[in-house]
Design a protein around this ligand. Structure first.
Ligand code: G1P
Length: 293
């Protein structure tokens, strides 16, 4: 059977970001900066590098700045042009998606991740698609989603990225049950549970925020009962989908930074800053000095 290409991705960006208040009072948490780019830009870049052609942002109130970030900033660009600031203009042009390749839809009520994804059903239509959770920032040579698209192209399966987490943290995440070697690059997923009670997780492999799913997930989300935290959970709908089509687990081997937490966000800033040679040369001695204390 001819496999449909993965062309579209959903980025749920409706969350309130309460952990970063007051910074996120007027600014969406996805617009917080890692070095010199908002978090959301890194995630969009990862999607585009994986061949994604259309990005669906599921937003909420107070998130219009995200839409502005991916639009022409007419006055700014005109001023830069009149001042002959070619490098800055080029930078802005490079990050701007082509017209018609983004969609924005609102999740009107905070009913859970599963509900946020379901809000994108009409825009995605009847084709397999990717989901990227913007809180999770990935750093790797090949790009997490690019590797997953390769696996999808080989198997046609649903593909979920996972990685190991210390056992005392499994209750914070979706955890998968697998068949085969936990250390292999890919394995089949035989079960999953959202935020298992401490001591009950089937493995220590957590779902780290990158998914490729069949559109059938939308039907299942549409009738999904609430689960962990009283919310409609994507993990529960995926478990139902598992009864119909296969799930392949992909063990991501790069670095993942959970930018939903302050320590993850700060670590991401340092890690990405150290990738820039000029900045790294200035930063290393400052960090060494701070760490002496
Ligand atoms: C969501 C998912 C969970 C996943 C996590 C990764 O949880 O429901 O399965 O492991 O993202 O960040 P949330 O962080 O929204 O509680």
């Amino acid at each position: 059977m001819q496999k449909k290409r993965i062309r579209k991705a959903v980025l749920p960006v409706a969350g309130l970001g309460t952990r970063f208040l007051p910074a996120t009072k007027a600014l969406p948490k996805e617009m917080l900066t890692i070095v010199d780019r908002p978090i959301i830009q890194y995630v969009v870049d990862e999607a585009r590098a994986a061949g994604i052609e259309h990005i669906v942002f599921v937003t909420g109130r107070n998130k219009h700045v995200i839409e502005d970030h991916f639009d022409i900033a007419y006055e700014l660009e005109d001023t830069l042009r009149s001042r002959d600031k070619k490098a800055a203009l080029k930078l802005l042009e490079a990050i701007r998606p082509a017209p018609g390749t983004t969609s924005f839809t609102r999740q009107q009520e905070p009913l859970g991740l599963g509900h946020a994804i379901w809000c994108a059903r009409d825009i995605i239509g009847d084709e397999p698609f990717a989901i990227l959770l913007p809180d999770m920032l990935m750093k790797s040579e090949r790009g997490c989603l690019s590797e997953m698209v390769e696996i999808y192209n080989e198997t046609g399966n649903n593909v979920i990225s996972v990685e190991a987490v210390p056992e005392d943290q499994t209750h914070n995440y979706g955890i998968v049950e697998i068949e085969g070697e936990q250390t292999a690059r890919t394995f089949s997923i035989t079960g999953m549970v959202e935020k298992p009670a401490p001591g009950t997780a089937p493995t220590n492999l957590f779902i780290n925020g990158r998914y490729i799913l069949q559109p059938r997930i939308f039907d299942l989300l549409g009738t999904q009962e609430t689960g962990a935290g009283g919310e409609i959970q994507l993990t529960d709908a995926m478990l139902a989908l598992m009864g119909e089509t296969a799930f392949t687990g992909f063990r991501f081997e790069g670095e993942t930074y959970d930018c939903g937490s302050k320590s993850g966000f700060l670590a991401a800033n340092i890690a990405f800053a150290l990738e820039d040679q000029t900045l790294a040369a200035e930063l290393r001695p400052l960090l060494a000095e701070l760490l002496k204390a």
